[in-house]
Design a protein around this ligand. Structure first.
Ligand code: SAH
Length: 267
């Protein structure tokens, strides 16, 4: 035994959006390190009795790595629980490097992203044929920097569906960047606060009202902003090719509708 750290995606908030694999990782953990701000404590019910529970938000990276070093020494199982999916804005990169340097076994359990939960809250698909087929996940720089080639104004020029994490602190600058990038004042936007939590809040508006909508609803954290034509009128025309009667593919050839149906696996 060498000790193992499992990075667990806890999903967007609702405890029943944990995966079975995440539950299994929590069950076997000697130590659970979890982010209090965006992970519901209810998920800790899956931890074994006597497991050490450590809130990560009061510790630095170095202090968390000390826990990993102890796990290596004492052959412990650690579950490091992140909100949503741990591979997106999860501070995973430096933790993986530290675990590898310590010679620990590593596992990563994917989680339901907050983007999926936000789309569910909005009751819609984010990629609508002939409207938007591309999603950009990004953020505005606040106290952290952004790579020079990823400035929001430049990304906005694509006019696609844009999902902004960690970006509601300065709503006026956010709105200004999006407009400078070319989204029109009428572009549909949505702000989803704490998707899948009991206090979830959904605000829809046009881009010209984005900053005031964020401010008047007092949203300063734990929210996603979604922008782009796909956020618009649910009755717009786009539809998937895959289910179009005029579009054949491997499982449903045009003119031979029954060929594959006969081969459906028997229950
Ligand atoms: N790994 C996470 C993101 C962590 S960064 C994921 O995959 O979702 C934290 C940011 O994610 C928050 O500031 C917010 O922008 C977004 N976020 C996380 N959970 C959210 C939720 N339930 N509702 C809305 N936004 C959320």
């Amino acid at each position: 035994m060498t000790g193992r750290v499992t990075f667990v995606g806890a999903g967007p908030g609702a405890p029943d959006l944990l995966t079975l694999r995440a539950v299994e990782a929590l069950r076997r953990a000697d130590v659970v390190v979890w982010a209090r701000s965006l992970v519901d404590p209810a998920i800790l019910e899956h931890a074994q009795e006597g497991a050490e529970l450590v809130p990560s938000d009061e510790r630095t990276h170095e202090e968390i790595v000390e826990i990993y070093a102890r796990a290596r020494r004492d052959s412990l199982e650690v579950a490091r629980v992140h909100s949503g999916d741990p591979t997106v804005y999860g501070a995973l990169h430096e933790q993986l490097a530290a675990c590898r340097a310590l010679g620990l076994a590593i596992e990563i359990v994917p989680g339901v992203s907050s983007v999926s939960a936000a789309a569910v809250a909005l009751g819609q698909e984010l990629t609508i044929p002939d409207v938007s087929q591309t999603l950009i996940y990004t953020r505005r720089p606040t106290r952290t920097s952004m790579p020079a080639n990823e400035q929001l104004v430049e990304l906005a020029r694509h006019g696609t569906t844009l999902v902004l994490f960690l970006s509601v602190r300065r709503p006026r600058e956010l709105q200004a960047d999006l407009m400078e990038g070319g989204y029109t004042a009428e572009t549909p936007c949505a702000v989803v606060y704490r998707a899948s939590w009991p206090d979830e809040l959904v605000v829809r508006c046009e881009l010209k009202d984005l900053a005031t909508s964020i401010k008047s609803n007092r949203i300063t954290t734990q929210a996603l902003v979604l922008v782009g034509p796909a956020l618009g009128d649910a009755s717009c025309a786009g539809r998937s090719h895959v289910y179009d009667p005029g579009y054949g593919h491997r499982y449903r050839r045009l003119g031979r509708p029954d060929r594959y149906r006969d081969k459906a696996p028997k229950p």
